[in-house]
Structures are given as C-alpha cells and as structure tokens.
Design a protein around this ligand. Structure first.
Ligand code: PBG
Length: 333
C-alpha cells in the first residue's frame, strides 16, 4: 500500500507549525475605528441596530478614542451629526462644525491618533442625499455633481484647517478627488492625504449606519451616484480615475461581499488599499452571535483576516476594539 499519506497536512499539525506558514496576519495597526459625533456633553446614545456602537458628544468621543488608542488602535474615522441640517448641508464646512470640534479636541487630548474624516453631505442635508439637489423639468430629482464638488472642497478645507490628518470623501461624485486635491493644495494643505472611497456600492448593508448617522435619504435612493453591485469592471475604472486625480489611498466598500473587487484592485494598483467592513456586516455578526448561532470572536477574526488576505492594508471596522483586545491577549486560531 503506498498512499501519499500526509502532504498539505504536515504543516497543519500544531498551532506552532500553522503559525510558521501563515500567509496573512492581522494587527491592530491595520484597523481603524469609525465613531459618530453628536452635539451636547456627556452624551452616549446606543445605536439599536449596532450593539456596542454609540452616538457620542465630543467629550465622550475623546474618551473612547483615548481608550482605543491605549488598546493599540491608531486611527479613527469621524462622522458628524450636526445641530442643524439644511438643503445644502452648510454645517459641514462650518469652522465650528461638530466634526471640526471633535478633531480639535482629539488633536489636543489624544496626540498621535490619526484622525480620518468622512467627507460627504448625507448627514448634513435635510433631504439626506450626499450633495446639492438638482432637477431639470421632467426629470427625476438627483444630486447635482458639479455644485456638490464645490461644497466637498469647502468641507475638506475646513476639516483640514481643524487638524484632520486624512480626508476621506465618500460621496461618489465624479471628479471629487481632483476638486478636493486642488482646494487642499491652494489652502496650504498639500501634505494632507486623500483616502478615496473609490469603489462604493449602492448597498443594503449600510442600513444600520443610516440609523447611527441619521442620514437615510428622505426620498429615493443613492443608485444614481453609488455603484451598481453587479459591476466589477466599472469598479476598476472608478479606481483608475481616482488615482489619476491624485488619490493617495483607495477604499472598497462594503468589504466581505466585494472581496473580488478588492483582490482586483490589489492586482492592478500599488497604492495602499482600505476596505470598509460596514454597519450591516457588523450587525449580522452581532445578531447571529446574540442568538448563539455563531461564535462572535472567531467569525469576526476570520472575516478581518479574509479582508486582509484579499488585499486590504487598512480595515475600517466597528469590531476594531474587539479585535485589538483579542490580539493583545495573543489570539491564535
Ligand atoms: C456616507 C457614508 C455611508 C457610510 C459611510 N459613509 C452611508 C451611505 O452611503 O449611505 C456607510 C458606512 C456603514 O454602513 O458602516 N455617505
């Protein structure tokens, strides 16, 4: 009898051997934590569909960021819930805006923390769309691309002035990376990087986020500016355009349902890549774990490693602190 007994299994026999040949590793350095800033003081309102996630006032965001930093999380992503919304979302570029205030407080209180800011208008407009509305007679109301570019540039410069370290536009207007780059350079922020949500799909996985950020569109949906989930080649064109316009890092969003897109970008581009493990992905993990149907720690770590394996250098995830804690405890699969 000459069966080829063990082959691939030789290096799978013990934890030590498995670690020796492990191709992808996860570290707290690869994770960024999204946070939601709201007005007030001492406020921490739980987001129902995202257990463990809160809308927090500036003082509480500072506390959370400080704790996360101590646990090894080096970057956060800020979303703002403004005091007042209007048709164009003007609170987004106010020097005293909610995210601007949070950025200044974090710069003072948590030195070294990388403050990435989401640039978009859906949290700031009364209608919940990601820019200025336009409608030609007889046409469907949609977002006016070029009028929105002007405001995105304003918002970006205002956030850079407050001390934001990375500008992350998530609006999906055409030409926004170029418009923001030009405005930042003209305002003296040529050293501030742009992380473009280059490939952002019109996804149902953003559902819980819209509760957290109070940013659901009051009519229609985002399909006229975010990408069709069916399109992979178009994703490469989106990325190529943003690279041409001067993006410093590219993001794919959501993460798990779009790992093929991420892997495609990894093959074609040499920029750093990010993936956004979004609210719906988080909510599914939490809900199934709550019912005892899956092991949260295990499935979470497997998900994050898979996103890294597909090509992400940086992962935006609501699980960042949970993952950092497990890694610090010496988590081994
Ligand atoms: C803003 C924005 C959204 C998310 C990040 N930035 C929502 C949307 O496009 O509707 C979603 C993040 C998440 O689901 O965790 N445009």
């Amino acid at each position: 009898m000459s069966f080829p007994a063990t082959r691939l299994r030789r290096f799978r026999q013990t934890p030590i051997l498995r670690r020796l040949v492990r191709e992808t590793r996860l570290s707290a350095d690869d994770l960024a934590l999204p946070l939601f800033v709201c007005p007030g003081e001492g406020v921490a309102r739980a987001v129902g569909s995202m257990p463990g996630v809160f809308q927090q006032s500036v003082d509480r965001v500072v506390e959370t960021a400080r704790e996360a930093f101590a646990e090894g999380i080096r970057a956060i992503l800020l979303f703002g819930l403004p005091e007042h919304k209007d048709e164009v979302g003007s609170a987004a570029w106010s020097a005293d805006g909610i995210v601007q205030r949070a950025v200044r407080a974090l710069a003072r209180e948590v030195p070294g923390l990388v403050k990435i800011v989401d640039v978009c208008f859906c949290e700031y407009t009364s209608h919940g769309h990601c820019g200025v509305l336009a409608a030609k007679p007889g046409e469907e109301t949609t977002v006016d691309n070029d009028a929105t570019l002007v405001n995105l540039a304003r918002q970006s410069v205002s956030l850079a002035e407050a001390g934001a370290d990375v500008i992350a536009p998530s609006d999906m207007m055409d030409g926004r990376v170029g418009a923001i780059r030009t405005a930042l350079d003209a305002a003296g922020f040529s050293a501030t990087p742009i992380l473009s949500y280059a490939v952002k799909f019109a996804s149902g996985f953003y559902g819980p986020f819209r509760e957290a950020a109070e940013s659901a569109p009051s009519f229609g949906d985002r399909r006229s500016y975010q990408m069709d989930p069916a399109n992979g080649r178009e994703a490469m064109r989106e990325a190529a355009l943003d690279v041409e316009e001067g993006a410093d890092m590219l993001m794919v969003k959501p993460a798990l349902p779009y790992l093929d897109i991420l892997a495609g970008l990894r093959r074609r581009f040499d920029l750093p890549l990010a993936a956004y493990h979004v609210s719906g992905e988080y909510a599914m993990l939490k809900a199934a774990a709550e019912r005892g149907w899956i092991d949260y720690d295990r499935v979470m770590m497997e998900s994050l490693v898979a996103i890294r394996r597909a090509g992400a250098d940086l992962i935006f995830t609501y699980c960042a602190r949970d993952a950092a804690r497990l890694l610090a405890e010496g988590w081994v699969e």
